[in-house]
Write a protein that binds this ligand. Structure first.
Ligand SMILES: N[C@@H](CCC(=O)N[C@@H](CS)C(=O)NCC(=O)O)C(=O)O
Length: 291
């Protein structure tokens, strides 16, 4: 790879497969499937194909919250998609999300399956389907504004800051500075909002909190990119107060475990097909033969 300071872009960009750093094996400039592979389908109305990254956790938290509220129609099978192995490029997955990214949801509760992709769209779809976690009063606009704020902001945090701070093959000061500045601005925006409001959109816990918490909650608790000290996250005390509040919710604690394939074995529930799986199917239990 050319040193960033020597690099002069050619007239026409060409795909150099060796250039992509940590994600070289999965990043491609073209869309569509690379191989034929049907997706599994379980017995529940909702089929989720995902991984416990922040975007994936948004949806599993929502599903666990809906179940905790008593919405049995939100029962779901969660299937693990190993994006590092390119499973998002299987033909079955691409049919659910042509953009080849987790999370992807298939709603099989009606006569015709409905596909939903993009985590924000999935949250809103489920909120409207079950009439929960999205306000119907004057605070609805606030909730949707923060939901879409997150969808626009997260690529700067993940694809920008996280990529250049944690994953890029070289530490490029310009890129890290640019995105650290933007991410700190995001944290300041949130901190001011949460100084005045218990939850992001006001008094009620909504899909805006579920969308923002896995990213910015993780960041202020120092678990994302190991960047807590670098970004002085202690300064954002209102975001930290809120991150703890959300993190204490039992449904959030369950949602974090679903489709998780790293960390403590007891925190990894690779697939979720039943509420009892949290007790019996985590990786520590499976390893000890207690399934
Ligand atoms: N805007 C999308 C982003 C989804 C996304 O970036 N997913 C990542 C994991 S967090 C992914 O599937 N990456 C696989 C790839 O890029 O090939 C959403 O919110 O659903």
């Amino acid at each position: 790879m050319t040193n960033s300071s020597d690099y002069v872009p050619p007239k026409v960009w060409m795909w150099n497969k060796a250039n992509g750093g940590q994600f070289a094996n999965i990043n491609r400039p073209i869309s569509g499937p690379t191989h034929d592979k049907e997706l599994p389908v379980g017995r529940h109305p909702l089929q989720l194909y995902s991984l416990a990254t922040p975007n994936g956790v948004k949806v599993t938290v929502m599903l666990e919250e809906l179940l905790a509220l008593g919405h049995s129609g939100a029962e779901y099978d969660a299937w693990l998609i190993k994006i590092g192995d390119g499973e998002q490029f299987g033909s079955g997955f691409v049919a659910v999300n042509p953009n080849s990214k987790i999370p992807a949801l298939m709603d099989r509760s009606g006569p015709k399956p409905i596909r939903v992709f993009e985590s924000g769209a999935i949250l809103l779809y489920l909120a409207e389907k079950f009439g929960a976690f999205v306000p119907t009063d004057s605070t609805r606009a606030e909730c949707l504004s923060w939901l879409f704020w997150q969808m626009g902001a997260a690529p700067y945090l993940g694809g920008g800051f996280g990529h250049f701070y944690a994953y890029a093959p070289a530490k490029i000061e310009y890129a890290i500075d640019r995105f650290a500045m933007e991410v700190k601005r995001h944290l300041d925006v949130l901190d001011k909002q949460l100084a005045e409001n218990e939850y992001v959109a006001g008094r009620a816990y909504t899909i805006a909190d579920m969308a923002i918490w896995p990213w910015y909650g993780g960041l202020v608790k120092g678990v994302l990119y190991d960047a807590g000290e670098f970004l002085s996250v202690e300064d954002y005390r209102h975001v930290r107060r809120w991150a703890d509040l959300i993190g204490r919710r039992p449904a959030v604690q369950r949602g974090r475990m679903v489709n998780r394939s790293w960390g403590e074995l007891s925190s990894q529930l690779h697939e979720r097909h039943d509420a009892a799986d949290f007790e019996t199917k985590t990786q520590d239990k499976l390893a000890s033969g207690n399934s």
